[in-house]
Design a protein around this ligand. Structure first.
Ligand code: ZN
Length: 230
């Protein structure tokens, strides 16, 4: 239901701000982050005997997702014990995925906020589902980790990879176009690409931590004129 001052134009946005298409993008983004990091961990497990207990921080997936972590937490990933911290970070993505995929849950239509996810990882309401390991979650939280970097990563990756506003949209555009082209996604809405509103509602800072990582290696052509804010 759209309230006074709502930016919703489709009249179906969750609480007037989360459009069905935006939610679909966020859900896809959550699934991508989780599945990518999981496949990485499986690869790591296959060669574990050859590795120290630190994590391969130069791996592309680790590197990208870790870019959203506060620098002090990120620095601990490559040190002994870093593997458990990273697995805890992955468990936060899985927690968010579980929360939004629970059709009877309170986030079935909306999306959990930073506070919601922090509360859940502090005291999970569900039985731990693999690969969410309380030991890894604890290691992540003790290292200074919280829900915020994971949600920041999900929202920012949705913008960059799954929206036409993104620098890496070409990679996943066909996939998300197909998803959003489905009949059950609903009408288009002015909120469909309003990532700033989503960040505000989820309790994220206005600016993502991610782009700090991309500075100096930005794929966006600075001389291009066709990417002005519109
Ligand atoms: Zn709407």
């Amino acid at each position: 239901m759209a309230g006074i001052g709502s930016t919703c134009t489709c009249k179906t946005c969750y609480e007037g701000w989360l459009s069905p298409r935006m939610r679909e993008r966020l859900e896809c983004s959550t699934e991508f982050r989780y599945e990518l990091s999981l496949s990485l961990l499986r690869t790591q497990d296959d060669v574990q005997s050859d590795l120290p207990s630190g994590l391969d921080i130069d791996n592309v997936t680790v590197h990208r997702d870790a870019a959203y972590l506060p620098p002090p937490v990120r620095a601990k990933l490559a040190a002994p014990g870093g593997d458990a911290i990273y697995r805890g970070y992955v468990a936060v993505f899985k927690t968010i995925f579980d929360l939004i995929r629970d059709e009877d849950g309170k986030h079935a239509a909306g999306f959990p906020t930073v506070a919601d996810v922090d509360a859940d990882i502090a005291a999970p309401a569900r039985p731990a589902s693999a690969p969410i390991d309380p030991v890894h979650l604890a290691a992540y939280r003790e290292a200074g980790g919280s829900a915020l970097p994971a949600l920041d990563c999900i929202v920012d990756r949705a913008l960059e990879e799954l929206s036409p506003l993104g620098r890496e949209y070409s990679v996943e555009s066909e996939y998300i176009d197909q998803v959003l082209g489905g009949a059950d996604v609903g009408a288009e809405c002015a909120n469909d690409l309003n990532f700033a509103l989503v960040r505000e509602k989820l309790g994220l800072p206005r600016e993502t931590a991610g782009p700090q990582f991309w500075k100096g290696m930005d794929a966006r052509d600075p001389e291009s004129d066709d990417e002005k804010d519109g």
